[in-house]
Design a protein around this ligand. Structure first.
Ligand code: DGL
Length: 265
């Protein structure tokens, strides 16, 4: 039994989709959420910078008592997971890419899997190597969809503009695959717009797969909180706490509370 919270971080609001999945799968676990609003987006930044930010945030969350760190950002997972595991050997750290890949492998029957994400995630080929390490016969077709994040941040998740953008990005490979990984924290919010276009393709939401992985790790290392109804969410942001509070509801599906501003990280 371990009452300490789980530390979750993302470049901004998107990682709240992972918190939502955690709450559904692990209702007794408290969460510390860190949104690096001041320095987003990560998806267009260099590997060095993303590692530097991720190390600072992981240190912060561990100091606040986190028993497990979840990198709820595909870009930071792609760039910094290995480095964080090397630097913070005492703490269990998981990202969203391995769980998402495992889920896609369970879902595919043709072994032809699509991956969509930010430029940084797609260019890193992290999903591709993760999928190929599961089964080297998998054929991976990847596509960066950089406009999806700003559309979600504007709340434009339905309507003709987003439908046009979805078609623009996905028309090139949607007939070749049976499963598609939504390899970015923001994309689960575009599920309706994407499904309208991809129809029978199974969409893999890394958020739920990651929450399941978190459950496995907590059990394995005896870190679960068994006290009932002990869920609590505390949020930290590096800028714009009011905006985070206003928009956070869309990602979490319920109010996020008042986030604390961190300006000395
Ligand atoms: N959280 C990022 C991801 O999942 C998307 C937003 C950003 O580029 O910072 O890749």
């Amino acid at each position: 039994m371990d009452k300490r919270p789980i530390g979750v971080f993302d470049s901004g609001l998107g990682g709240l989709t992972v918190v939502k999945a955690l709450k559904n799968n692990l209702p007794n676990e408290s969460v510390l959420y860190f949104g690096d609003i001041a320095r987003l987006p990560y998806g267009v930044k260099s590997r060095e910078l993303i590692i530097e930010y991720s190390v600072q945030i992981t240190e912060f969350l561990i100091q606040k008592g986190a028993k497990l760190i979840i990198i709820a950002c595909n870009t930071a997972t792609a760039m910094a997971l290995k480095e964080l595991r090397l630097q913070f050997k005492e703490t269990k750290i998981i990202g969203v890419i391995e769980p998402g890949s495992q889920q896609a492998y369970l879902d595919t029957s043709t072994k032809r899997i699509g991956v969509i994400g930010t430029d940084a995630t797609i260019n890193s080929r992290a999903y591709e190597s993760s999928l190929l390490s599961i089964d080297n016969k998998i054929h991976v077709i990847s596509k960066a969809c950089p406009l999806f994040v700003p559309f979600v941040e504007e709340g434009m998740i339905t309507g003709s503009a987003i439908n046009y953008i979805v078609e623009h990005y996905l028309s090139s490979f949607q007939n070749d695959i049976d499963t598609m990984i939504l390899g970015c924290t923001h994309y689960p919010l575009l599920k309706d717009a994407i499904t309208r276009y991809t129809k029978n393709i199974k969409l893999v939401d890394s958020a739920s797969a990651t929450a399941k992985e978190a459950n496995i790790i907590l059990k394995k290392y005896n870190l679960k909180n068994t006290a009932e109804k002990s869920y609590r969410l505390d949020c930290f942001v590096t800028d714009l706490p009011m905006k985070f509070e206003r928009l956070g509801k869309t990602f979490l599906g319920e109010p996020v509370g008042h986030p604390q501003l961190v300006n000395d990280i």
